[in-house]
Ligand binder design. Structure first.
Ligand code: NAG
Ligand code: NAG
Length: 538
């Protein structure tokens, strides 16, 4: 008996050792990125844009699962700046999340070196500026996490891999757009839609071969539909989940979301339109790119294939067909193991209702009556240094309630290892897109009207996929389940950027009383210190 216990102990210690050895051996990748202004003219008019290493979109960050990324970001703008890594879970490491609640912004002519790991992740992600309205000027790019050699992916290796960053775009300078919002005016309707920062991108491949297209919606506010003339598309991955490989004529991608599809070039050799068009908008903006067969002599022709425009039901139905392939491998073998989300009892339900109130006579956006305002000190630093007065843990309720909206630096407390149900209730007539940093979550249900406990009968508790950004249709609800297994200060925000900028966000503080690196890493030695944390020692 005792020998057996000792043996188990020794084996346990050995297992821990080998785990930490493997971590130490995970490769390091080093980058230096310089952020500058530059002039581009994607819609025919020269305008100021935010470039990374001279490029818009910025460089694609191609990494492998578990790579350690050491990225020195040098800010040459005239404003403080941060990038956030959309969908990178920053396990135990909200220090590197790159949002104003966790990081001091990098001052002009200064730099910060991000250090993070693409731990146990695989798939299609992005990065973008989280500060001010910088996203309206670019500064974004693709972030693709490839499988390690020993991990099989549930589809044949494609002959090529294209990253398509699709987004609404303004000819107006980002500072002017920000000024509109500061005055309490809405953003105007966008001037166009771009694919990879261009109006005429082109992708070429060989007839008969199959290519991956990774499509992300990088826009400020508009959902898109994506399709390719004469071709069907097979969905294979959504923000890190390998899906049931359904075939579609077109796919909706909401702001902040990413999908990966396979396309076989099985048509006659000519060029075909790749199309993205706006969803749920009165005026439909369309962007086209070209799919060029290498043996084609014939330019694109014929009508641009039409897509859905306002069909909400269509979109919701499609969203319900996005399901996890339970037999497919992921970044780690057997991602769910014996642990199945549908069988776990949730510890509580949090209801989050968005609204568009006037506060002090100005347009704001709110969650459960609270419109978020940034503090001068990142919440993560205030927490670490015990600086009082930066945030309070009862500043936002877990259900909407009545009464006027107010401004606050809202933080919702939660315990590490809670398993929670979050119901997003949208009583507005516009589509919402919600993003949570630090996590992916199961999207178990979409429905029209008001959520009620009876809505639970329609949840997918078998093969829902996990993702980091979920849409909520107009006058509808969406439910997600989250396993709060990542300690830290995590931003829950509207991915619709004017809404985020004007307060539709808060932080979820996932906390445990045990201060141990097994739960959370210590503050990085190079952490920038600002506000009331300035001059303190990390
Ligand atoms: C800024 O860059 C230098 C290297 O050029 C690096 O040593 C330093 O740690 C960086 N600063 C921060 C705050 O990361
Ligand atoms: C799920 O993944 C498995 C394993 O790679 C694959 O063989 C199968 O075709 C996939 N099933 C569906 C329905 O996509």
């Amino acid at each position: 008996m005792r020998v057996a216990m000792l043996l188990r102990l020794i084996l346990g210690v050995l297992a821990c050792l080998s785990v930490s050895l493997v971590n130490a051996e995970d490769p390091y990748k080093y980058y230096t990125w310089t952020v500058t202004y530059g002039t581009i003219a994607p819609l025919g008019v020269p305008q100021q844009a935010i470039l990374i290493n001279g490029q818009f979109p910025g460089p694609i960050l191609d990494v492998v699962t578990n790579d350690n990324i050491i990225l020195n970001l040098i800010n040459k703008l005239d404003q403080p700046f941060l990038l956030t890594w959309n969908g990178i879970k920053q396990r135990k490491n909200s220090w590197q999340d790159g949002v104003l609640g966790t990081n001091c912004p990098i001052p002009p002519n200064s730099n910060y070196t991000y250090k993070f790991q693409a731990k146990d992740q695989i798939g299609t992600y992005t990065y973008f500026p989280s500060t001010q309205l910088h996203k309206a000027a670019g500064g974004y790019g693709g972030l693709n996490v490839y499988e390690r050699p020993q991990i099989p992916i549930p589809f044949p290796n494609p002959a090529g891999d294209f990253t398509l960053l699709v987004g609404d775009w303004y000819k107006t300078n980002h500072k002017t757009l920000q000024h509109y919002l500061d005055l309490g005016r809405p953003l105007p309707f966008p001037d166009g839609l771009l694919i990879n920062g261009q109006a005429h991108a082109s992708f070429s491949g060989d007839q008969g071969k199959t290519y991956m297209f990774r499509i992300s919606n990088m826009g400020l506010s508009t959902s898109i539909n994506f399709r390719i003339q004469g071709h069907t598309i097979m969905l294979v991955e959504v923000e890190g989940s390998h899906t049931i490989q359904n075939i579609y004529d077109s796919l909706d991608v909401h702001v902040g979301q990413s999908v990966a599809v396979l396309v076989t070039l099985n048509q006659a050799p000519k060029d075909y339109y790749i199309v993205a068009s706006t969803r749920f908008t009165r005026t439909v903006l369309t962007a086209t790119a070209v799919l060029h067969y290498t043996n084609s002599q014939t330019p694109v022709s014929g009508p641009v294939p039409p897509g859905p425009t306002y069909q909400i039901h269509w979109s919701m139905q499609q969203a319900r067909t996005f399901r996890w392939n339970l037999t497919a491998s992921a970044a780690r073998p057997n991602p769910q193991g014996s642990y199945h989300y549908g069988k776990i009892t949730t510890s509580r339900t949090i209801f989050l209702a968005n609204s568009a109130p006037l506060v002090n006579g100005k347009q704001r956006y709110a969650i459960n009556r609270v419109s978020y305002i940034n503090s001068d000190t990142p919440l993560k630093l205030a927490d670490y240094f015990n600086i009082p007065g930066v945030f309070s843990l009862n500043s936002i309720q877990t259900a909407p309630g009545g009464g006027p909206a107010y401004l606050a630096t809202a933080v919702m407390p939660a315990f590490l290892h809670e398993f929670i149900e979050v119901v997003f209730q949208n009583n507005e007539n516009t589509i919402q897109s919600w993003h949570l940093d630090g996590y992916d979550f199961w999207v178990v249900g979409y429905g029209r009207g008001q959520w009620t406990p009876a809505s639970r009968k329609h949840y997918n508790l078998v093969d829902a996929l996990t993702r980091h950004t979920a849409q909520v249709y107009p006058y509808s609800w969406t439910t997600i389940l989250i396993s709060l297994d990542n300690q830290g200060m995590w931003n829950l925000r509207s991915a619709i950027w004017a809404r985020q900028y004007l307060g539709q966000e808060f932080y979820l503080r996932v906390w445990s009383p045990d201060k141990t690196p097994a739960n959370e890493y210590d503050i990085p030695p190079n952490a920038l210190l600002c506000g009331r944390a300035r001059g303190l020692h990390a």
